[in-house]
Design a protein around this ligand. Structure first.
Ligand SMILES: Nc1nc2c(c(=O)[nH]1)N[C@H]1C(S)=C(S)[C@@H](COP(=O)(O)O)O[C@H]1N2
Ligand SMILES: [Mo]
Length: 349
């Protein structure tokens, strides 16, 4: 299970959410997880233009001010990297070695995508919309700008936003300044940062990040692999008590302890969270917060009378579409969508 220098290089650039910050419904921008495939591009806000082009009747180039002059929407949205949980799989794909906490929830402000496309005039031959970033690099031996597509139907959903603010402030460089896409409910790779162009096309997009990346493969030559799309249900808890510096095990005093956490799913809002304080032998329902945002995580709490001894705490989420978080997720080659339950080791004295 050793970590390679290449994995460490990625892990040192891309950080996760400190689990104690799950206490906040909205993650402070600097503590939101981060995933950057290539380099953070240099962008001049004054000369920045977003192109809306391809199969549209009236292609346009919009400045940041043009976008900010359009109707604004603010939406709390939970983002999770599709590779979250990768480092817990065996064998493990060589990439960003996430444990369980590549997640965050911000209030994103921007303008809805649909009216932007409609104003440009979508051609009747449109099939997909391609979102291209300013960042460029090499992956899978192919040099490319980071780019992802959505079907026209998914792109036209009301909640899809072209955003320029995070938690009420301009986007930070690492989160896509000046403009990024937000596709509520979908895994992180969909939310293209440093957005350069939105291109309407009449055939499926074959860019590397779309056609090769983000597929649930069983082997390298698995051609019919399903694409990664929406987030599977997952719950995380704030580890109780205090941490041990090296190893991050928890130390707790015996007696009443309130366990708190948050749970989310990209398929439907979370309707149930269960907690186990005995390593999965038995489960009991946590109390859910009344507030169940459509596209953001839902808070929960659970009263535990912590007895002296060593314990393994777990939690699992169920969403309104009937998806239940598994104890162990199914393995796939690149380690995507690992929503197996979190385990927190606690020493109570
Ligand atoms: N242009 C661009 N957009 C991108 C990426 C990228 O490398 N380049 N990474 C994607 C991935 S894999 C994830 S998980 C999210 C991370 O968003 P965040 O860093 O704001 O949390 O951005 C997505 N958008
Ligand atoms: Mo990601």
């Amino acid at each position: 299970m050793g970590i390679s220098v290449e994995e460490l290089q990625l892990a040192a650039r891309n950080h996760a959410l400190p689990l104690e910050m799950l206490r906040e419904p909205i993650t402070p921008a600097g503590l939101h997880y981060l995933l950057i495939h290539f380099d953070i591009p240099a962008v001049d806000a004054d000369s920045y233009r977003l192109a809306i082009d391809g199969l549209v009747e009236r292609p346009v180039e919009l400045s940041l001010a043009d976008l900010q002059a359009r109707p604004a929407v603010t939406l709390p949205v939970t983002l999770e990297c599709a590779g979250n949980g990768r480092a817990l799989l065996e064998p493990r794909w060589q990439s960003q070695p996430w444990l369980t906490e590549a997640v965050g929830t911000a209030e994103w402000t921007g303008t809805p995508l649909r009216p932007l496309l409609e104003d440009a005039g979508i051609s009747s031959s449109a099939v997909e919309v391609v979102f291209t970033g300013l960042d460029r690099g090499v992956q899978g031996d192919i040099e490319h700008n980071y780019a992802r597509s959505l079907s026209l139907e998914d792109a036209l959903r009301d909640e899809v936003l072209v955003v320029y603010a995070m938690n009420g402030a301009p986007l930070l460089p690492q989160h896509g300044f000046p403009v990024r896409l937000i596709v509520p409910g979908w895994y992180g790779m969909t939310h293209v940062k440093w957005l350069r162009s939105i291109t309407v096309v009449d055939s499926p997009f074959l860019g590397w990040q779309q056609d090769y990346g983000y597929k649930l493969r069983q082997s390298e030559d698995d051609d019919g692999a399903a694409p990664v799309t929406r987030m599977l249900p997952r719950s995380l808890m704030v580890p109780p008590g205090i941490p041990v510096f090296f190893g991050r095990g928890r130390v707790l005093q015996a007696g009443p302890c309130e366990l708190v956490g948050r749970a989310w799913s990209g398929w439907a809002p979370v309707v149930r969270v269960e907690v186990s304080t005995d390593g999965g032998e038995s489960w009991a329902d946590a109390a859910l917060d009344a507030d169940a945002p459509a596209f953001a995580w839902r808070g929960w709490r659970f009263s535990w009378d912590a007895p002296v001894g060593e314990h393994v705490l777990m939690c699992r989420a169920t969403d309104g579409a009937g998806n239940v978080q598994p104890l162990e997720a199914e393995w796939n080659l690149e380690g995507y969508c690992n929503n197996g339950v979190q385990r927190v080791n606690v020493a109570v004295s």
